[in-house]
Design a protein around this ligand. Structure first.
Ligand SMILES: [Zn+2]
Length: 64
């Protein structure tokens, strides 16, 4: 079972030492307070339904 820990550890080290500048853009969660719509997009500013600014909730990369 210890091999799993080694795999996770090596993965984290790679992620931390990785070149972030070469990574593709990460999508994020955005919510609209007016209609409670949730959008998943790389960059979202305006609600498609209401036309008001949306708020970024979190990056979807955290769930991976
Ligand atoms: Zn909306």
């Amino acid at each position: 079972m210890s091999s799993v820990g080694k795999l996770v550890r090596s993965f984290v080290q790679k992620a931390q030492s990785g070149e972030s500048s070469s990574n593709p853009p990460e999508s994020s969660l955005y919510t609209c307070h007016d209609c409670d719509c949730v959008y998943i997009a790389i960059e979202k500013e305006i609600c498609a339904s209401c036309g008001i600014p949306v708020e970024q909730i979190q990056s979807t990369a955290e769930s991976m």
